[in-house]
Design a binder for this molecule. Structure first.
Ligand code: COA
Length: 259
């Protein structure tokens, strides 16, 4: 698939995926959702890529699902629409390579949901967050009712979901929705710096961390701890663990191979 609504640029092991419909504030229509799914599958399968930055062109990250398309859906097709988007967002969440959302502007509705499906969220001082679906007679359909309470707690999530209010980047940081707020000119450099800090670590350990945190989150503590111990055991058999521990003892920088 050649991309029409997103741009993908790969530079020195980092893929930057930019949602690129700035005239519609990067609203998620069917094409954007399909292209995002294609892009995340491609970068996950590309050995030259170690991590991903997701951002938006212009003054929005993503201002939600495309309301002009939403208007046409009935009960059956809207459920399918939600499930298709959920599936794509899940592929970002379960990417074994770190995905950082660089939230440059409006992250509303599906945009907030997309950012929440990423592993880490950095926000520019101009970013705005919200789940305004209730104002349209809807609820979030791309995971917002579930990921928002998990990130910020049920009371704060219900406030945002029920009022549909928009909050600024500092408030998003205060409630734990974003990891860090930076000046807009420093957003992409800060995201790059963070992804590169992760890429300096052992890739199999990074992939296992993402899997264990994601899979353990909804499990019982007992099952999640077993999952953690099993992954810990498997990692102990990797070349990277041998290299990492040896490098520490020999007081040198580790050279990880991902094996
Ligand atoms: N779906 C489709 N089009 C959208 C959109 C969306 N979610 N959000 C913005 N746009 C379009 C606008 O229709 C407008 O298009 P036009 O120039 O062809 O008329 C363009 O993007 C610019 O938006 P505009 O509303 O003029 O900008 P603004 O600065 O006045 O307001 C927002 C910005 C984000 C507050 C406002 O666009 C908005 O409320 N968007 C919808 C947010 C939403 O409800 N998202 C959840 C959807 S489930």
């Amino acid at each position: 698939m050649s991309y029409e609504t997103i741009a993908v640029q790969i530079s020195d092991r980092v893929a930057t995926i930019t949602v690129n419909r700035p005239d519609k504030l990067n609203a998620l229509n069917d094409r954007v959702i399909a292209e995002l799914g294609e892009a995340i599958d491609n970068v996950v399968g590309d050995n030259s890529v170690g991590g991903v930055i997701l951002t938006g062109a212009g003054r929005a990250f993503v201002a939600g699902a495309d309301i002009s398309e939403l208007e046409k859906h009935g009960a059956v097709s809207a459920k399918q629409l939600a499930q298709t988007g959920q599936d794509v967002f899940r592929r970002f969440e379960y990417s074994p390579k770190p995905v950082i959302a660089a939230v440059n502007g409006f992250a509303l509705g599906g945009g907030c949901e997309l950012a929440m499906a990423c592993h880490i969220r950095l926000a520019s001082e101009f970013a705005k967050f919200g789940q305004p679906e209730v104002k349209l007679g809807l609820i979030p359909g791309y995971g917002g009712t579930q990921r928002l309470p998990r990130l910020v707690g049920r009371g704060r999530a219900l406030q945002l979901l029920l009022t549909g209010e928009m909050i600024d980047a500092n408030e998003a940081y205060r409630i734990g929705l974003v990891n860090r707020v930076v000046p807009s000119t420093e957003l992409l450099p800060a995201a790059n710096e963070m992804v590169r800090a992760i890429l300096a670590n052992a890739p199999v350990a990074v992939a296992n961390l993402i899997e264990v945190v994601n899979c353990g989150y909804g499990a019982t503590l007992e099952d999640a701890l077993t999952l953690e111990a099993t992954a810990f055991g498997l990692l102990a058999a990797t070349d990277d663990k041998r290299e990492g521990t040896r490098a520490f003892l020999e007081k040198r920088v580790a050279r990880f191979t991902g094996a």
